[in-house]
Design a binder for this molecule. Structure first.
Ligand SMILES: Nc1ncnc2c1ncn2[C@@H]1O[C@H](COP(=O)(O)OS(=O)(=O)O)[C@@H](OP(=O)(O)O)[C@H]1O
Ligand SMILES: Nc1ncnc2c1ncn2[C@@H]1O[C@H](COP(=O)(O)OP(=O)(O)O)[C@@H](O)[C@H]1O
Length: 281
């Protein structure tokens, strides 16, 4: 049966409530996500989903769901979507995390082209996989082959690219996975907006601090050469800005001739995840 719609916190995607349960407490019976059988309709979070219609008792609910027990529904307008309701499910992030023995999070790797983002993402995924943890990589280049194929590299398209990846990453984290997002994401404000989508402690920003000269010397795709020759316009670091993070969780520093190996970069991130109880053996 559908319960009466009342504002309540839940652990579904997009909830910004209390920090996800520490792994130690994952799976404790009667935890925060225990609920009755069947789906629930819940009202929107303040801020993200603004209720616009409250149907008084006895009146026809907005979506026409004149079912027994529903005398009041609160619908929301979110962006261009009107009259929408959040549908919750008793199997939530808590249950999924328990199944996976890990806490869902986003490891967001930012840095110049050629700084080693994809290399680190792969090394990290491999390391976590070998320890029995489920990860998924959202790679900027790869996503531009599908989800983001309609976007170019103008500022507004990069911003939309980052926003979309942030939203997808949020879903993966809610699914209980360690989501590794690897994209240049050159703008501080857009990275910060992605951080706000998640509870702060579950957004782990990793800055690959590699000097432009090193990235340019690597130039595995020959893009810097093309950018220097003026054949690619608006290339990050050449004629488009990169705003380094001012306060991120992990900085991996690399200087000419002095770069950590991919495995030791991955180990640095794994240590952080362990220290912050994202992983359970
Ligand atoms: N103008 C310009 N500037 C920067 N990068 C460019 C550009 N044009 C194409 N490429 C290639 O696209 C990859 C970056 O895509 P992202 O989605 O990560 O970029 S962004 O976050 O939207 O800025 C980037 O991949 P990486 O080298 O792996 O970073 C490049 O291969
Ligand atoms: N830690 C590292 N030390 C030395 N070379 C690296 C390191 N990480 C990446 N590379 C090399 O640098 C180049 C760019 O790496 P890549 O992961 O494709 O960067 P990005 O995804 O940031 O563009 C590749 O040729 C890669 O082998």
């Amino acid at each position: 049966m559908l319960a009466k719609a009342v504002p309540r916190p839940c652990s579904g995607a997009g909830r910004h409530g209390a920090p996800a349960a520490r792994l130690r407490s994952v799976g404790v019976a009667g935890g925060p996500r225990r609920g009755g059988a069947g789906g629930r309709l819940v009202a929107a979070d303040a801020g993200e989903r603004m209720p616009v219609v409250a149907v008084a008792a006895g009146k026809q609910p907005v979506n026409g769901a004149a079912m027994a027990g529903i005398d009041k529904l609160v619908t929301s307008t979110v962006g261009k979507s009107t009259n929408i309701l959040w549908h919750d499910c008793p199997i939530g992030q808590f249950e999924r995390q328990k199944l996976l023995n890990q806490k869902g999070c986003v490891v967001w790797i930012t840095g110049l082209s050629g700084s080693g983002k994809s290399t680190l993402a792969c090394a990290l995924s491999r390391e976590l996989h070998s320890r029995g943890h489920l990860t998924y990589i959202l790679d900027g280049d790869n996503l531009r082959h599908g989800l983001n194929r309609d976007l170019c590299f103008e500022a507004k398209d990069r911003a939309e690219n980052i926003r979309r990846v942030g939203e997808v990453a949020k879903l993966f984290a809610d699914a209980g996975l360690i989501c590794i997002a690897s994209l240049i994401s050159p703008y501080r404000s857009e990275r910060s907006a992605c951080r706000k989508l998640l509870h702060n402690s579950t957004f782990i920003e990793v800055f690959l601090n590699v000097p432009l000269e090193v990235c340019e010397a690597r130039d595995p795709k020959g893009l810097y050469k093309l950018a220097r020759a003026g054949k690619i316009k608006g290339f990050t670091g050449i004629d488009d800005p990169y705003e380094p993070p001012s306060d991120c969780e992990i900085v991996i520093q690399c200087k000419a001739g002095d770069c950590a190996t991919p495995k030791s970069m991955a180990d640095q991130v794994v240590s952080y995840l362990e220290a912050n109880e994202f992983l359970q053996d």
